[in-house]
Design a protein around this ligand. Structure first.
Ligand SMILES: [Zn+2]
Length: 138
């Protein structure tokens, strides 16, 4: 019988698919070793998912995150930090990002949704035009 190629993580029963660890464990280990890179990629992915332009370099992000000590303040708590676009009609570009708390972010989102709601009421639910189509490169 062949030697089984299992992931090296204790109690992990996945097959070895990427070096000595399974994909899942390899990814987790990489994230733990590169927390800032991980946070950067998460932000870029979520921007992509929401079709928001993302033009921030990793170097810029590192300086930005260091300024706010982000790695010690990220999370799901109300007082945890989240990256906010100062001008929400623009993408994630250098000079347009700041750290705010999740609580502040939610409050801001509620305000925007409330404004959307009012707009829909006024316009009888017509399709809302892009706020600034010239600045949207997609
Ligand atoms: Zn594993």
């Amino acid at each position: 019988m062949h030697a089984t190629n299992r992931c090296l993580t204790k109690y992990c029963r996945n097959r070895n698919q990427r070096g000595q660890y399974c994909y899942k464990c390899a990814q987790r280990r990489w994230r733990e070793a590169n927390p800032l890179r991980d946070a950067f990629l998460n932000l870029r992915n979520s921007a992509k998912r929401r079709y928001i332009p993302f033009e921030i370099s990793f170097d810029y992000y590192c300086d930005f995150a260091a300024k706010y000590d982000y790695l010690n303040h990220r999370g799901k708590m109300a007082h945890s930090f989240t990256v906010n676009r100062i001008d929400s009609t623009k993408g994630y570009i250098e000079g347009n990002i700041e750290m705010i708390t999740n609580a502040a972010n939610v409050a801001q989102g509620n305000r925007e949704r409330a404004l959307d709601h009012v707009w829909h009421k006024l316009q009888g639910c017509k399709i809302k035009p892009e706020p600034n189509p010239d600045n949207e490169p997609f």
